[in-house]
Design a protein around this ligand. Structure first.
Ligand code: G4P
Length: 532
């Protein structure tokens, strides 16, 4: 009983989330500000690996540092105003990978960062789609309000139209660009004014609040701007419905916040609202061995979790592989013995780690919502369910149609053995997909969702397995899994039939047109882009 009370308290304190955005929208800056406001760091502007600055907290691989981008996903834990925050780091590069998608499934909610001058960009849209499919609630952070940007109403409309979700402005910007003074908190009807305290927002911004209707507010804003602001707020009231928390939790509405992560304007009120709105770890659905559904309650079910990421050779000194586990229920203690359902085997979870700002630290206990990294001596695969009781599996991780394909060979045939070893490791990590021609004959095809996955693969084969490789791109640009009778399936000359590692039939297309044509030609088959 006492344990249940502890669990209840620990679960209520936790917020586990991911930030989704297009590169350069401000994800790193916002993460860093969260660290600043939580007291985990004292000066902002040092976390990133870009442009020769100190390496990002989550940058692990040498390649990431060389290129100044964040390729791998990690989790960081720290406390913000008595709330335990777990941030899952989703790679921010243009050519993001499947890792990003999988990481999202480990989040209980997401923050979508949008650049106010750019609106909803491609990568944000793709990541949002996963949130939508998985019913992950999303908060919207419209960033860079200190720069000339698009009209706020326009931006709200774009979120609604492009992402097919209702939006609700929690605050409203007072001016923009050089004249971005602060925000109106719509709930309290207060103006929240900010002042810069340092260049580049290295320190927290000062905040002063006045009622919207007060003379102080009017004077600070100026008569003309004030009148415009009141008009916009009235428009919002007329156009929108009231905020519904239930709809937010069901991914039906996204609360929108206007801010500037760089100058810290609007950052603290956003974080405060975030810990209030974001859900704590909740029950997750799983499937029993007989196929029936079961709800895994974070408090009443003894320890359970699943592996959402595997990464080898993270630490050069250890040359180890780590499996990252999202805890879904119960208390985790060091050396806990759990069942791996896939292998029907018991495993001791020794040397568990958590991450803060790039530093590994050993954890003695952890709770639902937390992510622990454990040494993987080949006992884990992506998607594995682990638990004390056994008898169920969490929902499989989503798989997305690969969009780039290649053949890859070792330059030196004498390195074939190391090449094969490295490839197996990378495939098991889910860093790359391996396809076979449909008839099972012929060479393997390497497939990825993002181009960077190939670069990472080649880099890692060289760096970790000492194998130089040659890559020959294949001309396919999209693909799909085929559901239906393969005997009756017709394909165009230019497309290619293949099968994935599980033997599921797939088809690779040279372009979208080819794909659309194939869909029309096979009305009795289903061509699937995402396996959720
Ligand atoms: P990302 O992780 O989403 O890729 O974006 P990141 O935070 O690295 O931000 C991308 C660029 O946008 C950075 O500038 C950053 O300083 C800037 N930025 C982030 N938030 C704001 C904001 O609220 N206002 C303004 N004006 N700029 C913002 P950079 O020039 O690419 O890099 P740096 O030299 O400043 O580090």
């Amino acid at each position: 009983m006492e344990m249940q009370i502890i669990l209840q308290q620990e679960v209520a304190k936790r917020r586990t989330f991911a930030i989704i955005s297009h590169p350069d929208a401000g994800k790193t800056t916002l993460t860093e500000k969260l660290l600043l406001y939580s007291g985990a760091i004292h000066t902002a502007g040092v976390v990133k690996g870009r442009k020769g600055r100190k390496a990002a907290a989550s940058d692990w691989m040498a390649m990431e540092q060389e290129r100044g981008i964040s390729i791998t996903s990690s989790a960081m834990q720290f406390t913000y105003k008595d709330t335990i925050i777990n941030v899952l780091d989703t790679p921010g590069h243009q050519d993001f990978s499947e890792d990003t998608y999988r990481t999202l499934t480990a989040a209980d909610c997401a923050i979508m960062v949008i650049d106010a001058s750019k609106g909803v960009e491609r990568q944000t849209r793709k990541l949002f789609e996963v949130c939508h499919l998985r019913k992950i609630p999303v908060l919207t952070f419209i960033n860079k309000m200190d720069m000339p940007g698009r009209d706020p109403i326009d931006l709200m409309n774009e979120v609604e139209n492009v992402l097919q979700i209702h939006s609700y402005a929690m605050n409203w910007p007072i001016g923009s660009g050089q004249r971005f003074l602060g925000v109106v908190d719509r709930l309290t009807q207060e103006c929240v004014f900010f002042t810069k305290t340092s260049i580049g927002g290295a320190q927290k911004a000062d905040i002063i609040r006045y009622p919207l209707a007060s003379t102080e507010s009017k004077e600070r804003i100026g008569a003309e701007e004030y009148a415009k602001l009141i008009e916009e707020l009235e428009l919002l009231e007329m156009a929108g419905n009231a905020y519904s928390h239930e709809d937010f939790l069901a991914n039906q509405v996204t609360p929108v916040f206007f801010a500037s992560a760089l100058t810290n304007f609007g950052v603290e009120p956003f974080f405060d609202a975030f810990i209030h709105l974001a859900p704590c770890p909740h029950a997750r659905m799983a499937t029993r061995t007989d196929g029936s559904e079961i709800e895994i309650d974070p408090i009443t079910t003894p320890f359970s979790g699943y592996v959402f990421k595997i990464q080898a050779n993270m630490d050069r000194r250890h040359r180890d592989s780590m499996a990252f586990i999202r805890i879904c229920s119960g208390r985790f203690e060091k050396d806990l013995i759990v069942k791996n359902h896939r292998m029907n085997k018991e495993i001791r979870l020794a040397r568990p780690h958590s991450m803060l700002a790039g530093e590994r630290k050993t954890v003695d206990d952890a709770y639902p919502g937390d992510v622990i990294g454990v040494i993987n001596p080949g006992s884990f695969a992506i998607g594995d369910t682990l638990s004390i009781t056994g008898g169920f599996n969490f929902k499989p991780l989503p798989q997305f149609q690969p969009e780039i394909f290649a053949k890859i060979y070792p330059k030196d045939v004498g390195r074939r053995k190391s090449f094969d070893k490295g490839v197996i490791q990378l495939v098991e990590e889910g860093a790359i997909q391996l396809l076979k021609p449909h008839d099972g004959e012929g060479e393997f095809i390497y497939a990825a969702v993002g181009k960077l996955q190939f670069e990472v693969m080649q880099y890692r084969l060289k760096d970790e397995y000492n194998v130089e490789t040659i890559l020959t791109p294949l001309p396919y640009q999209c693909s799909a899994w085929i559901l239906g009778d393969m005997g009756k399936f017709t394909k165009s000359f230019s497309s290619m039939l293949a099968q994935d590692r599980q033997g599921r039939p797939m088809i690779l297309f040279i372009d979208q047109w080819d794909k659309q044509h194939c869909i029309k030609q096979n009305p009795n088959h289903q061509l699937v882009d995402v396996l959720v």
